[in-house]
Design a protein around this ligand. Structure first.
Ligand code: SF4
Length: 318
């Protein structure tokens, strides 16, 4: 496979059309790392809000390492996929450990290979940070780039290896950071899943799938697993709920919320209703009962997931 994408045309388009995103105004690897981790599973518009919140509180990796996991989770509240926040905190701790103990003396590694040894950093994030912040000639592959590749080569179902090979061969090594961002920007703004704007595309001359772009890549069938849970929302005389910290594993690990489980004793409690919450791989149905507790917790004092906020609202707790 020989990619024939017009590199100069794509780079010129990116220079003139890229979105004004706050992390693009800096080469600070920590700022770029924060943005890449946030954007993994958060839309750009919301990602900007959370990036500003995190970067102003933690302008350096050391600032985060000297914070607490609970405070990081609190700032992450509403961004979802909280394991990212926990791993980011672990990463900050690891980076700030002494090199004698396997750390990096407070300095983020600069190359993609070493970045991948840190908690929560996979090949994509490592390549993005190393290329954008340090100019390493390494190609990123994300969902946007896979879609551009599938259309450019008219391949309905390209394998991960084939997409990586195309990205590696297409890479503009002289400016890998901007090249990676340009390809991702193309996928995010012009070569979109449902309405690609081929008429203004800077790389239409090499696009084999342009006549029928939405055919590529074929939609991936994702089945969501249904999860049924029970929850008891106990409230004190002042309207404050009982909140417990979740365990160290699972999608809500480290967050706080009302007692929840597969089976709970709800005899003599009042049934409130069901909360429905959809995640990328899970379809959650939570049946909620209301009870009483001696002393509750101020919900604003602890990190709560969006699911728990919904449960509290069902019980009239804000
Ligand atoms: S011509 Fe259309 S389908 Fe091809 S890369 Fe450009 S926007 Fe995507």
């Amino acid at each position: 496979m020989r990619p024939s994408i017009d590199q100069a045309s794509l780079m010129a388009w990116f220079a003139g059309h890229q979105r004004n995103l706050p992390w693009r105004a800096t080469k600070d690897p920590w700022a770029i790392l924060l943005s890449e981790i946030l954007l993994q599973q958060t839309q750009v518009s919301r990602g900007i809000v959370f990036w500003q919140r995190l970067y102003s509180r933690y302008p350096t990796v050391e600032e985060m390492a000297s914070s607490t996991e609970e405070e990081v989770l609190h700032l992450w509240q509403g961004a979802g996929y909280y394991s990212r926040a926990r791993r980011l905190f672990q990463l900050s701790k690891r980076v700030c450990e002494s090199s004698e103990h396997g750390g990096f003396d407070g300095v983020l590694p600069t190359d993609s290979k070493t970045l991948q040894t840190l908690p929560g950093i996979g090949p994509y994030t490592a390549a993005a940070v190393a290329s954008i912040a340090h100019g390493e000639a390494v190609a990123c592959v994300d969902g946007n780039i896979r879609r551009v590749m599938a259309r450019q080569t008219a391949n309905e179902n390209p394998s991960p290896n084939l997409v990586q090979e195309w990205a590696d061969q297409s890479l503009w090594k002289a400016d890998a950071g901007n090249w990676n961002q340009a390809l991702m920007e193309l996928g995010a703004t012009l070569c979109t899943p449902n309405r690609p704007n081929c008429a203004t595309c800077p790389v239409q001359s090499s696009c084999l799938g342009m006549a029928e772009p939405t055919r590529y890549p074929a939609p991936q069938v994702r089945t969501k697993k249904r999860v049924d849970l029970m929850c008891i929302l106990r409230v004190d005389a002042h309207g404050l709920p009982e909140l417990v910290q979740r365990g160290s594993t699972g999608i809500l690990a480290g967050m706080w919320g009302p007692v929840m489980g597969e089976t709970l004793d709800v005899d003599s409690l009042t049934y409130l209703g069901e909360v429905h919450h959809v995640l990328s791989h899970r379809d959650m149905h939570i049946r909620v009962w209301k009870g009483k507790v001696e002393t509750g917790v101020d919900p604003k004092s602890v990190p709560l997931s969006s699911l728990d906020v919904k449960i509290l609202r069902l019980g009239g707790v804000d």
